[in-house]
Design a protein around this ligand. Structure first.
Ligand code: FES
Length: 173
């Protein structure tokens, strides 16, 4: 009887121990699960389209590229960061040209040249005044960005494109 009581007690102890371990494992998994659930519900980031205000449209001079920059919030499941994007803009009649400043070769920032074109400092790709490649390894012209005018302000859509390929492929925005 005494031995049987001891056996039951040991079995009961093991059951309690297993229950305790399962509860601890569940508690340990809770914070990551909550983090995943919360981050999965973050509002849409630039992947689904961010439009940036570039200022009064009529202030842009005809035929002259100017740089404009804006901040973009990038969010994914694990982190959030703020990017500073730079684009080049020029007026053309009633419309505008807006191109990304990121070189299609490997993503360095191109700079304007005195002749109205652009040059990339990394591997010396050169582009004419319409963003077409003149020399260097860039596989395609500078990437144009969608734009619109809202209440007199020029608004551009943030987009990024795959580097190093001839065909333009949006990878963000
Ligand atoms: S990144 Fe521009 S030429 Fe290579």
């Amino acid at each position: 009887m005494h031995l049987g009581d001891r056996t039951m007690t040991r079995r009961r102890f093991l059951e309690l121990w297993q229950t305790l371990l399962a509860a601890l494992a569940g508690a340990a998994a809770l914070p990551p699960a909550l983090f995943w659930w919360r981050s999965a519900r973050l509002p849409a980031g630039p992947e689904e389209g961010t439009w940036a205000d570039l200022g009064r449209a009529r202030r842009l001079k005809e035929g002259q590229w100017v740089a404009r920059s804006f901040a973009v919030e990038r969010r994914d499941r694990w982190r959030q960061e703020t990017l500073r994007e730079v684009v080049y803009v020029r007026r053309r009649g009633e419309g505008f040209d807006v191109v990304s400043s990121l070189c299609p070769h490997a993503g360095c920032r191109v700079r304007p040249r005195d002749d109205g074109g652009f040059v990339c400092p990394c591997h010396r790709s050169a582009f004419d005044g319409d963003g077409r490649p003149l020399e260097g390894p860039s596989p395609r012209p500078l990437d144009p960005l969608p734009w619109k005018v809202e209440k007199g302000r020029l608004v551009v859509r943030h987009q990024r494109f795959r580097s190093g390929v001839a065909e333009r492929q949006v990878v963000e925005g």
